[in-house]
Design a protein around this ligand. Sequence first.
Ligand SMILES: Nc1nc2[nH]cnc2c(=O)[nH]1
Ligand SMILES: [Zn+2]
Length: 458
Amino acid sequence: METSEKSDTDIRFVCRGTFVHSTAEEALQILEDALLGVDSEGKIAFIGEGKELQKLSENFGFSPSAVTQLQQHEFFMPGMIDTHIHASQYSYAGTALDMPLLQWLNTYTFPVESHFQDLEFAKKVYTQVVKRTLRNGTTTACYFATIHTDASLLLGQIANDFGQRALVGKVCMDRNDAVKYYRETSEESQEETYRFIKELLNKKYPLVKPVVTPRFAPSCTEALLAKLGEIAKNNKLHIQSHISENLEEVELVKELFPNSESYTDIYHKCNLLTDKTILAHGCHLSDEELVLFRKTGAALSHCPNSNISLCSGVLNVRNVLNHKVKLGLGTDMAGGYSPSILDAVRRALDSSKVLTIQDPEHKTLSFEEVFRLATLGGSQALSLDERTGNFKVGKDFDALRVNVAAPGGPIDVIQNEKPQSLNSHMRLSSSTCSLAGDDRNIVEVFVAGKKVVPFSEP
Ligand SMILES: Nc1nc2[nH]cnc2c(=O)[nH]1
Ligand SMILES: [Zn+2]
């Protein structure tokens, strides 16, 4: 049994059943007939075995009859973490994937994002994104908004209202020759970043924090990048951006920053690589660049749907893991067409298999490893692993109640003739749900001990 020190904790609720999660040692740990208690602050107070019910109920002062028992085919898993998602691109998700990155940005993305100065439009789209991602089991999202400060603040408010844990970034870009009306001056970008951080922090939302967000090197001058690095450092803030997504972009960066050794070096020189930095893609990074990530503690967000949809490249996750670089999964919607991290799990496995087809020596990622990337890995990549990522005592209870056989769901559970051990059954179930399941299998979602799905009536 694992418990927090104090047993005078007030217990909010206790659940009994199978819990599936990742630890540093075990990519997929299955706790059968476990008992997990959540305290009044939404933190995990204890996790023990079902047979310890009597003792735990006395120690923690809860009634055994109040314990919620999971049903057959149900299990709890940690909430999933989307380490890279563009909330502002939801309105065209699933469309417009017919050109490569730079042309796609100019043709579709910038014109759509420019509409977010309209707060009514922003409210509609951002409400839908937060609800949709929560329903899909994203308990933590690291969001890009747009250059508009007020709309970005609105995204923070909506995430807070629905109870989602979120990092929210007002996008910074002082260079954009293609769509001139969607750009700030360097001064505006700095001043508005200050205002965004100040106003969002002043709200004191418990689960929503600002993230400094230079869009990517091609849309920022070196002076702006350096200023944003300074702002992040002085305020100890998270940083997010994109890096080495497609080859044309990498060439453009060489032209725009002729004095830098590499794409990674540009961010490094501007103090943008820290242990609170998350950079999306990295498909074309060199091993030297990965070493710099490792040294600075910066993380990568693997966005396989987007990498395939925009024909950007295939990230060699095995190589990233071998370099001990922190890594999580991202949808990168709308470069990726799905808002679901379950989809990212599937695409990450597919991408890894493509690498194995190309090189049989490549060690394919296992389902268990990718499950860890979607949960614990994401929390580490965002430096939020003290708070979330798995069922460790003292962390917030961010969890999904999954029913493999949810009525009306996409999975038909076919009973095996031979009885299986519960453990292998749950291993199969968690794998089945990730590979064949969808939001219909996610029957409840909890963030910091609060049930946020199904949505409560307004
Ligand atoms: N996929 C993707 N890559 C980017 N690089 C710079 N901006 C973007 C964006 O919005 N999406
Ligand atoms: Zn992106």
